[in-house]
Design a binder for this molecule. Sequence first.
Ligand code: S3P
Length: 425
Amino acid sequence: MLVIEKISQISGTISVPGDKSISHRAVMLAAISKGKTTIEGFLDGQDCLSTVSCFRAMGVQIEQQGQRVEVEGRGLAGLQEPQDILDAGNSGTTMRLLSGILAGQNFFSVLTGDQSLRQRPMARVTEPLKLMGAVIDGRQSGQLAPLGIRGGGLQGITWETPVASAQIKSAILLAGLYASGQTTVQEPAISRDHTERMLAGFGIQVERQGTAVTVRPGILEGQHILVPGDISSAAFFMVAAAAKPGSHLIIKNVGLNPTRTGIIDVLRQMGADIEIENLRSFGGEEAGDMIIRGASLTGTEINSEIVPRLIDEIPVLAVAAALADGVTYIRGAGELKVKESNRLAAIASELRKLGVQITELSDGLEIHGPNQIRGAAVNSYHDHRIAMALAVCGLFAEGKTTIADSGCIDISFPGFGELLLQIAR
Ligand code: S3P
């Protein structure tokens, strides 16, 4: 249980743990490349550790000590048939991206996950992989995990996905490394493009044309990867500092890949004072230091065009909206219903307990602010981002806020509570 009390300001200089999406991909691409890969800044959180343990179960030697990881690549065809079921835990990225790699293997594997992951839609990934030639089954005709995959003999496809999702896109592109010919994924809007950037860094030819990406099979060579801080983790501190007048927070080394920076645009639109310094780029990924000064925020509109660039930040943006003056509408965010929890329902129900005027819409949220936040007992729904968003709201509440089932924060942000204490004044 996490107990949060009201603070008067946020100040200090911090850094946040490594980017979750980049950490997963670094281990996956390293495992199927030739030679050794070293990863620094790796996210030592439960989700990425699920990826590490799945690859170890397929014979990949991985040394992990905190944020430093060394992977002995086994080459494209070097993975071994796992002797037991692979467990992706709570991690959708592990299950979906790994399905793409497993579809390319000449062996049988079974992938499962925790109670939440076993409820999340998998047909969006298994359908195109089956079309490429993999034999895949799962509960409810292959829609839900556990998934059984007999891979191999793939042909490239052109796949148009109705949802902008980096997990779908990446699964198909990774399978494309094992397919004859070329593989193209076309999405309605560009989702995070870490897979494309990292594949190019490992030596694979990747072409982008508008919202379509194409890969051809090739050989991946081991790399040295520096993972920047995760903007989705920084988001909780960004909102806390931005909405608390008098605050001054520096967050060092935050990933600023433009497919992820929607939160900066929206907070600025709401009146937040955010500056970026020391902008740099390594391994095809931008990063920089963020300076946030507290201000009064105003309500805004978040619509479907920007949603893919801030998909994981919507729970904490709902908190920013609760503190802002005026109405905020979030639309085009129906995908939030199939995340680690139904995030629209979860955040609406728990913020209401804290005194926020919030209504769940069919594909979004309507939030009226500012609200007199009052401490209450709330629940995380076993969803790390819901737990942390509620903690941020608790910083503005009269009285104590207690968040039950907060252990799930370790999924993406071990040390969140300690870091909060460090900067709360
Ligand atoms: C992720 C993609 C997003 C995001 C998730 C991580 C990734 O999911 O919500 O936390 O690493 O590819 P979708 O691709 O389903 O939108």
